[in-house]
Design a protein. Sequence first.
Length: 464
Amino acid sequence: MQFSNEELRAHMQEYLEWSQETFDIEDLVEVRQGLGGLPCVALQHPTGATAQVYLHGANVVSWTMPDGRELLHTMSDNVFDGHESIRGGMPILFPQVGVGRLPRGGFMGDLHWSVVDTAISPGFAEGTAEDPAPSVVLHAQDDPWTMSMYPHEFEALYTVSLMLPDDFDSPESDGAPERIRGPGPKKELSKLQQDNEKRLSEGKFLYDPKQMEARRSRNSKKMADLQATSGATGGTMGEQFEEEDAEAQAAMDTNQLPMQLRCKLDILNKSEREMQFTTSLQSHWVVKDLHSYFPFVRTIGLGGRYMLDSSHEPAHPQLRIDNEDYLCFGRDHVDRVYIDAHDTEVRFCNGTPTHLEMLPRQNFRDLQALSPLMTDPDEAASFVSLGPAEAARTVRLQPGETWSGEMCFRSHDNYWEYPIFEQMKATPYPGYEDDLGHSEIPPGPPGIDQNVPRPGGPHADAYE
């Protein structure tokens, strides 16, 4: 149903007041007025982390860490008028991912969703759990407008939870629970996946922060060298290094706990015939400026996977193997769907010494990667889209059946440890500095201004 601007505002205000009385949970869940007067649900965690879900399109437009760091990117030209879909954030693509007979990305982002439930962890309410894990459940269904494009009756539920990491570990960890998903990978992909898993098993990707330890080691070495050459037993310079060492230790002691955003989409087929669709949570992640920080904006874990590459011909994707260890962003236009990426460890670095872990729980077997440098080079320098998808194979949902897809995004405030195949290359991680404070960065691609400051410290230009 379409409203005039005045009718929409009045309707939204009435709904907002009712929702606040019905669904607010003190200090944890708040239904509020967002940009443009649109209603949204704010999830607030005791750690200081927050998430905001707009009812227009059920779009998660913000996810911030306890230190205030924003992880999700929204487009600068959004109008938030309740008519146009919100671009950026974490829109739901349904019933079509990519190019087809429907509008690209489908129509979920144009629907007005309703809050049907908010909750916290039962254990927290009873005093037996420390994590409240605030969550919201949104609902949408078909209407005459959707039926004109997609003649199927359906209902959709979307649950978003903000939480500390739970005990559902990465796909490759020992004792990880079996993931719930649809049919397994095709036979022609199985040998490739087995070979890839064997290769990856030779180098585990650890979570433990190493950067501060490395800095402490460098500081200790500097102090030892200084004492050896000057005969000093401490003095002013020694005290300076001791202070730096203490600062490094304090930083290690105050590392933030990883935070987790858990998203679950349920689709019910209310039609009397089979319903076919593809779907994705097209997540837009904030990155450091790709023109300057492109060596560090990358994803690990997708090497050796089959992918549908639409980077050059969106209407005619090519099926091929990604032979690179890293999927790097900032050099070329990227539009890919990685097939059966659900059973490997996938991590993404946004150009800072942090990383994001992708943890599929149910279905969402594929991973969609997008960096639209050709179509929107200025805006695209600020974000990368990387999110779970069920896109390589069409979902066929029978009458009365429900399809569920669930994904967890886990944010870490440290960079991943280098895998074994990179340890001998001495490639710098984001924020890396050698003993002189230099940052060793490879030269930029053609057309990139080489005078743009590179990450790594005040002496980074020594390597320009």
